[in-house]
Write a protein of this length. Structure first.
Length: 160
């Protein structure tokens, strides 16, 4: 059975162009990693749950940002190298990374030690230009950024 995740790629338009909000995973494994370590806020959901509802929930759990209303842009499903499929939605909005509040998770650290520690699922969030985001995001999620760019530019070209 394929594992599924759902997430929201929050974006905003500024004088510098389009910026996207990415999150950095918490815990010692990711502590010193930057390029290729960032992600969209996302998480696992099962077949009984609506992907958009799961994406909203995960955004809240990982950032503390609660989105309401419509305006979610479906970006599609993106198969990751692990085989997991991420269903991604984009939403225009704003968020102050200094207000980040993330849930926590338990991980084994050091690996194979049987010693469990609790870490924040996300340790920070930041806004990146769309171009910069391509060097920050986990490689398998780069197509999500491309899908957003296509939606924005197609929408812009059509006067929307």
């Amino acid at each position: 059975m394929v594992k599924r995740s759902a997430g929201v790629l929050l974006f905003r338009k500024s004088g510098r162009g389009v910026e996207v909000l990415l999150v950095h995973p918490g815990g010692p494994f990711w502590a010193r990693r930057d390029a290729g370590a960032w992600s969209i806020p996302k998480g696992v959901y099962d077949a009984s749950e609506d992907a958009r509802a799961a994406a909203r929930r995960e955004l809240f759990e990982e950032t503390g940002l609660r989105l309401s209303g419509d305006g979610f842009i479906p970006l599609g499903g993106f198969r990751q190298p692990s085989g997991k499929v991420i269903t991604a939605f984009a939403k225009e909005g704003d968020f102050d990374p200094k207000t980040l509040v993330s849930n926590s998770c338990t991980v084994e650290w050091p690996p194979r030690s049987r010693h469990m520690i609790e870490v924040p699922e996300v340790d920070r969030a930041a806004w990146f230009s769309l171009d910069a985001a391509f060097s920050k995001i986990i490689k398998g999620q780069a197509p999500i950024l491309r899908a957003l760019a296509e939606k924005i530019y197609v929408s812009h070209d059509q006067g929307g």
